[in-house]
Ligand binder design. Structure first.
Ligand code: 1HE
Length: 258
């Protein structure tokens, strides 16, 4: 059973915090919850410029709700997987960059969902697995496309063939997460990053979400042209001109070592 309360949306200035809220079921993704994820990202208020995705309770997400995995014929299985694709596309190619705040289990479809986000922050309790291999099934939420782009096909193959689980430290080294933080601090760090991302020029964020992943898949000669077109559009925006002027006239921060 999925209820409206299984997903929470909080608006904090120009940042949306979307929370999977089925902690008793470890935020397992029922069909209803997958649809709710899609609907939430599709209908974010226009004032939102970045989002955080996290999970209530001890775990980010236990993946597909296995209690709904009944016998499906091939056609129904195809449409079920495509339903996941449509929802996770709305996360990846929706209106704003999404920062996943990870802790505990990030497994199966939960890892597929995290992979659709633009940045992943993991706390030290995080672990990553693809138990589909041991359940006799296959990824169906876009994982075969997105996970190899994070960690490589060889690591994903190993995880699915052997049930290998990556802990937070090894997971960050492998490429699952870009930030590793102490226990309980993933959501706060993700929110801090989201606030920073929200300050970017909208066309820069658009280019990073929509142009960069496509350019990365294009043959080099096409990629160079797409890059040039995107660069020309981004730099012609009045906001870009203002930001460059601010730097040249000493009003904008320099790049510092951090
Ligand atoms: C669930 C699910 C679930 C927990 N579907 N109900 N995913 C998996 O194979 C992972 C399965 N889950 C686990 O391995 C563990 O639950 C966890 C490591 C995530 C968490 O362990 P723990 O000890 O904190 O919780 P628990 O006691 O195992 O589970 C608590 C409850 O959540 C329990 O229900 P209850 O009614 O007995 O209290 C569990 O049955 C329930 N629960 N995980 C349904 N996944 C697009 S295709 C994607 C394909 C996949 O994602 S396959 C991988 C599925």
């Amino acid at each position: 059973m999925t209820s409206k309360a299984d997903i929470q949306l909080e608006i904090d200035g120009d940042v949306a915090i979307v929370r999977l809220n089925r902690p008793a079921k470890r935020n397992a993704l029922s069909d209803g919850l997958v649809q709710a994820v899609r609907n939430t990202f599709e209908t974010l208020p226009k004032t939102v410029r970045a989002a955080v995705l996290d999970g209530a309770g001890e775990h980010f997400c236990a993946g597909l709700d296995l209690s709904e995995l009944k016998e499906r014929d091939a056609g129904a299985g195809l449409h079920h997987s495509r339903m996941w694709h449509a929802a996770l596309e709305e996360v990846q190619y929706g209106p704003v960059p999404v920062i996943a705040a990870l802790h505990g289990a990030v497994v199966g479809g939960g890892l597929e969902l995290a992979s659709a986000c633009h940045i992943r922050v993991a706390d030290e309790t995080t672990f990553y697995a693809l138990p589909e291999g041991s359940r006799g099934i296959f990824v169906g939420g876009g994982g075969a496309v997105r996970i190899p782009r994070l960690i490589g096909a060889a690591r994903m193959t190993d995880m699915m063939l052997t049930g290998r689980v990556y802990n937070a430290v090894d997971g960050e080294k492998a490429g699952f997460a870009q930030y590793l933080v102490p226990q309980g601090q993933a959501s706060a760090k993700a929110l801090e990053l989201a606030r920073r991302v929200a300050q970017n020029a909208p066309l820069t964020n658009y280019a990073l979400m929509h142009a960069l992943p496509r350019i990365a898949e294009q043959p080099a000669d096409q990629g160079f042209l797409t890059e040039a077109l995107m660069a020309a559009i981004a730099q012609s925006a009045p906001e870009a001109k203002q930001r460059v002027r601010d730097f040249l006239e000493g009003r904008a921060a320099k790049v510092s070592k951090g």
